[in-house]
Write a protein that binds this ligand. Structure first.
Ligand code: GDP
Ligand code: MN
Length: 349
């Protein structure tokens, strides 16, 4: 690329720093962000973190999706920050609206009740469309069909450690399909009948259930009830072909029919997490201890000083949420018979 001089800068300042590209082939992968035009500065911050810690050496593409058209300002700024190709997609109306079987007045009544109870986003229509879209549609957007792997990034997230390897290649090489960095308990008020719907799905589609699954992560009684654990889906690295599989589509359609995205406020985090726990093999779900991450209000800071120093981490280990009583990560380790990282006891609180 030619260098050019930005207005107001010294003629000696090139417009790009010479970043060293990582060797080796690239995976068929992309970052993906759902955002509004008004999210521009918050997503700019996230991109800067992702680029500095990882993508400046890998140059993966970045797909942006929006229920409205992205404006030129959004495109200009994000394109300047992403080292790979940027693509901008508008979401088709059918994927961001009420399905015809939803009773509008029942849904409205629910929003009023949830507002009175001060349930977070309880009165929001757009938040419900967002959760439903992330649960069942983003992976089928035409721009996403070209890819096999995705990494979801939200506005205002931070990465605190260098990532020295290709996380997508890691997933492929180790037979992983879904991953997380933070897990926690869902607000019961937002998903009271989600598990009933899941049980309906399990009864109707037993062929989609994996025998060697992680049921123990989401249920303490072999599947009778939900324990509310979920992987926090604002961070995800995952396999798009899994989400596009008949098993996942049957699962999503079944849940969607039951209407809880609108009659309650089902989040895409429990929806993805339950799917992964029931339909993937144990070893297909990965916990990235070495990806240090923040999304308000929780932090994942790797346990183990050696890791933090080696990866030039700048998170405070005291902020690590993993071994806190509200985190489900300890349960994930137990269910999988995994050894907890050295020093975890000291971080329990
Ligand atoms: P929270 O993390 O649950 O508090 O929810 P966010 O406000 O971060 O929303 C989750 C994701 O969906 C973020 O990437 C937002 O930018 C995006 N998002 C939320 N609502 C809308 C919306 O109405 N339109 C669009 N295009 N994106 C949205
Ligand atoms: Mn968010």
């Amino acid at each position: 690329k030619d260098t050019y001089t930005q207005p107001g800068t010294s003629p000696n300042t090139p417009n790009t720093l010479p970043y060293e590209s990582a060797e080796g082939p690239r995976m068929n992968a992309t970052f993906v962000t759902l955002a509004r035009n008004s999210d521009i500065w918050e997503i700019a911050k996230s991109i800067r973190h992702v680029e500095d810690r990882f993508n400046r050496r890998y140059n993966y593409d970045w797909v942006f999706l929006n229920d409205q058209e992205f404006d030129d300002n959004f495109k200009k700024i994000t394109t300047s920050l992403v080292s790979g190709k940027t693509k901008y997609g508008t979401i088709p109306k059918e994927h961001w609206s009420f399905p015809e079987w939803i009773d509008q007045s029942k849904a409205e009544k629910v929003r009023e009740d949830m507002k009175a109870k001060k349930i977070i986003y309880g009165d929001s229509v757009s938040y419900r469309h967002m959760c439903r879209y992330e649960s069942g549609f983003f992976f089928r957007h035409p721009l996403m069909l070209d890819y096999e792997w995705y990494w979801r990034v939200e506005p205002s997230v931070e990465l605190y450690c260098d990532i020295h390897y290709d996380t997508f290649k890691f997933m492929a090489d180790h037979g992983k399909k879904y991953s997380f960095v933070i897990s926690l308990y869902e607000y019961v008020e937002t998903i009271p009948t989600l598990w009933d719907s899941v049980k309906g799905f399990m009864a109707k589609f037993p062929q989609h259930l994996e025998k060697d699954n992680t049921m123990g992560f989401v249920s303490d009684d072999g599947g009778s009830t939900y324990n509310h654990c979920h992987f926090w889906s604002n961070f995800e690295i995952g396999n798009l072909n899994w989400l596009r599989s008949q098993a996942y589509i049957d699962y999503f359609n079944h849940l969607d029919r039951d209407g809880g995205f609108f009659y309650e406020r089902w989040g895409d985090a429990p929806v993805h997490s339950i799917a992964a726990s029931l339909m993937l093999k144990k070893e297909e779900i990965h916990f990235f201890n070495d990806i240090a991450y923040y999304h308000v209000p929780f932090t994942h800071c790797p346990t183990g000083e050696e890791t933090r120093l080696k990866l030039k981490c700048h998170c405070n280990p005291k902020d690590n949420f993993d071994w806190n009583g509200y985190s489900c990560t300890s349960r994930f380790f137990d269910v999988n018979g995994m050894q907890k990282p050295e020093g975890y006891e000291k971080e329990q609180h």
